[in-house]
Design a binder for this molecule. Sequence first.
Ligand SMILES: *Cc1c(COP(=O)(O)O)cnc(C)c1O
Length: 407
Amino acid sequence: MPAELRIEGVPAAALARRFGTPVFIYSRAAILARLERLRRAFSRLGTSICYALKANPNRAVCRVLSEAGLGAEVVSGGELVRALAAGFAPGSIVFSGVGKTADEMDLGLRRAVLTFNVESAEELGALERVARRRRRVAPFSVRLNPDVKARTHPHVTTGRAEEKFGVEAALVLELARRGHRSRWLDFKGLHCHIGSQIRELGPFKRAAEAVARMLRRLQAEGIPFSLVDMGGGLGVRYGAEPELDCAQLAETLEREFSPWPAARLLVEPGRYLVADAGSLLTRVLYRKQTSRRRFVIVDAAMNDLARPALYGAFHPIAPARPRSGPSHRVDVVGPICESGDFLARQRLLAPVEPGDILVVGMAGAYGFAMSSQYNSRPRAAEVLMAGGHARLVRRRETVADIVFAER
Ligand SMILES: *Cc1c(COP(=O)(O)O)cnc(C)c1O
């Protein structure tokens, strides 16, 4: 029988008792171990790692990464405010997003972010107007859409010409020229982000080749650049599939960009840094059996962890305290009134009883970040473990929190 599950040495069942369920538990040591692995891979490059806040924007989690010296990647004014509050240096923050508003650009300009990743000609026009009004030069990079297909879920590929992201090669040059000429714009370089949860090297290599081709054309035109931002999307291991080899990725990028040693390479991992550092603890409410299926009904639902419902994603699930007895194939489902509300389908699970705690693994990225109050369910609490010590870093919401803005 497998041993009782622990997080940084503390039994998961004890954490569930102390903080209630559902609750997300993050491990500082696990985050730092991932960062260390990434840093070792990229160490020869002097690469800047910018943490993509959208994977997990909790301030305490962000603080672990800002204190470790990382930059940040933000996709909204809200994320920019949170990044600054978490201690990321403004000059290490890149501002991406296909629909930044003038107000968001103004905020970024006033706080002096490193660069705006621009995704359309009209957006560049808007950025120039904001800069002129503020009488402050706006640094920007152009996001190239390399028309590269990555094998991942269709909702999270962003690098094909059919998708709304980035601009096509022909327009990249035009925008770079425009930035080069404008007195209110400062062209910094290129940005590229082809999707999320990519576990193969091929798509990254093809994207890097497309970026390198553009850099050669910029060079030929005498347009200087200082940043090459290859985005995030580094895939992790949820189940049996292998994860992206970040050492191979680093090697590939280094080789591709070796002609420009003075340009700073940026990467923007989100998931890679925090996914395996988080677990969702949930309590078994009831078991039930129909003529077709066995169900385990738990107190966490798709509003807490949307990935299974949204992408059919796999998350490992195991009882915090295993009982002896035969395993069964079950659907682990939440209380929400939708059949899409499941955490696992047809999963072989050791026997459980009402009151038992289940540990849903790999829930540190796009877990709480994508949670909602659907069905008027207060969002879960968040806890950060550091050195075996547990600290509540976001209290559980109440129903009053849900209705407070209603008039
Ligand atoms: C979402 C996003 C990231 C992070 O993606 P991960 O898959 O979590 O690494 C990085 N850059 C941009 C522009 C993004 O939109």
